[in-house]
Write a protein that binds this ligand. Structure first.
Ligand SMILES: [Zn+2]
Length: 480
């Protein structure tokens, strides 16, 4: 985070109300069941290739008949079967023609010529519109993905490439033309990947299964891994989006289906995308560019101001902050490295541990996440104080999601050019939130006692809901 150059008070911070009238008249189906993920039961069963199912058969050029090629073939057979049925359903009058060529290569071995490209040394997977082909590196890329995140990571990446095939075949029906910028195509491909992954999660795929807990977490961790580096401009040729942007697009597809993906165009991207280059306000203060030392008074003060500003219309008495470590609380279990105690309306901070979380990992070393993860952890506890003051329970089934959503709403306010009271989002900040939300013991998406929402997908979705739609939407959607 940085301190913005303009400190303008926000005129329209949303009010929090617990009264039932807020949810009256909201469309049916709008209120999610917090025990589910996008309407599906949260499961922690197996994820990956189904056992005892015969392999699919596709004609692959230059393959070696090994495990990686078979994993790719089973994926591509299922994803094509899916789109063959889904395209006519989602896009009236359209049909899906299978992809014409599949090619495998080993980036460490002899290269092949495809799409005017020599694949020697190129660890990649790609769709080529010139000859309607999908090509993958079985030597380095696919095994690396499988080792790091499990076999569904390979399925994710190849489903993304098929997403490009889908968009090219749909053309204008998917808002694709000769001058469509990379970011639109990539965001659509991530979105189409989400549509397909839901079909697997619904157990409709022949070769794969995906649990909505652990399994879907690994898919989102794959999306995080293939993000653009912080500070990339979304307008750059080849831009794919930050992790937050990529996961958001994936979630649109998973939750809302293929028609939502086709709505992604330049105007939609300009409104929503968060990826931006560093600017003068994103200084390097020894923690990497855009990363502040959270124990410095000026940052804690700016955080406090931005939170008070974000919630000023709630009428709540703001909590006091104790920077001297975590102490026992009468009416809640304590959480670390920040905790909220309802009976004293106090937030307590363990600053050394917050600094650890707030320090990004250096190459080759284990580190924390980045400054925003630490700021957002504090913001999440602050939002519990506001929830308490406005009559919400702090430990019901929706408390974790409501907290993540309200933290996202605060983050959304710090992302405006007229960002409230000093704090301003830096490139990479939202990806740090995603990393914290996907970690085992996320505090941003946990209730007052530190009980985290069991699905990483649901955590990131709730944070995104707040970020994009503000705190009144959080209250409406995440109330029981
Ligand atoms: Zn792509």
């Amino acid at each position: 985070m940085g301190i913005g150059r303009i400190a303008v008070a926000l005129a329209a911070a949303a009010a929090l109300t617990a009264c039932a009238s807020v949810v009256e008249g909201s469309p049916k189906g709008e209120r999610p069941d917090p025990t589910k993920v996008a309407g599906l039961e949260i499961s922690n069963g197996p994820s990956g290739p189904k056992q005892g199912v015969p392999d699919a058969d596709l004609n692959v050029e230059n393959g070696d008949g090994g495990e990686m090629d078979q994993l790719a073939i089973n994926t591509l057979a299922d994803v094509q079967e899916f789109w063959k049925a889904e395209i006519p359903r989602a896009f009236a009058g359209k049909t899906f023609e299978p992809v014409k060529r599949f090619l495998s290569y080993d980036s460490a071995g002899k290269g092949v010529e495809v799409c005017k490209l020599d694949t020697t040394g190129v660890a990649n997977a790609f769709y080529c519109a010139l000859d309607d082909s999908i090509t993958w590196d079985r030597g380095e890329l696919l095994p690396m993905l499988k080792d790091a995140f499990g076999p569904m990571a390979v399925v994710t990446v190849l489903a993304h490439e098929m997403g490009h095939a889908v968009q090219y075949k749909l053309g204008a029906a998917s808002n694709i033309g000769p001058n469509t910028p990379s970011i639109v195509k990539e965001q659509q491909a991530d979105c189409y990947t989400g549509v397909f992954m839901r079909w697997i999660a619904e157990n409709k795929s022949k070769h794969f299964e995906l649990s909505t807990g652990e399994g879907l977490n690994q898919v989102l961790q794959t999306m995080f891994f293939i993000r653009d580096s912080a500070g990339t401009s979304f307008e750059k040729q080849g831009a794919h989006g930050s992790a937050f942007d990529r996961v958001s697009a994936f979630q649109f597809g998973f939750v809302r289906g293929a028609a939502r993906c086709a709505e992604i165009n330049e105007a939609e991207i300009n409104k929503r995308i968060t990826e931006r280059p560093f600017d003068l306000s994103d200084k390097d203060q020894g923690q990497g560019r855009g990363n502040a030392r959270i124990d410095q008074d000026k940052y804690l003060k700016a955080l406090d101001e931005s939170l008070r500003d974000a919630y000023k219309s709630s009428g709540a008495a703001f909590p006091t902050v104790d920077k001297g470590g975590i102490k026992p609380c009468n009416d809640a279990q304590t959480t670390s490295p920040a905790t909220f105690c309802p009976s004293t309306n106090q937030i307590q901070l363990d600053l050394p541990s917050l600094v650890k979380i707030g320090t990004p990992p250096k190459k080759g070393t284990k580190g924390g996440i980045g400054d925003f993860a630490a700021f957002a952890v504090i913001a999440s506890r602050f939002s519990l104080s506001i929830q308490h003051a406005t009559g919400f329970p702090l430990d019901d089934d929706a408390a974790g999601q409501r907290t993540a959503c309200l933290t996202g709403a605060w983050a959304g306010l710090t992302n405006r050019p007229d960002a409230a009271a000093g704090l301003r989002l830096s490139p990479g900040d939202l990806d740090e939130a995603v990393a914290e939300l996907l970690a085992d013991n996320s505090l941003i998406a946990s209730d007052v006692n530190g009980k985290a929402v069991p699905s990483g997908f649901a955590r990131v979705e709730a944070f995104g809901d707040g970020f994009f739609r503000g705190s009144s939407y959080c209250v409406k959607k995440y109330s029981i």
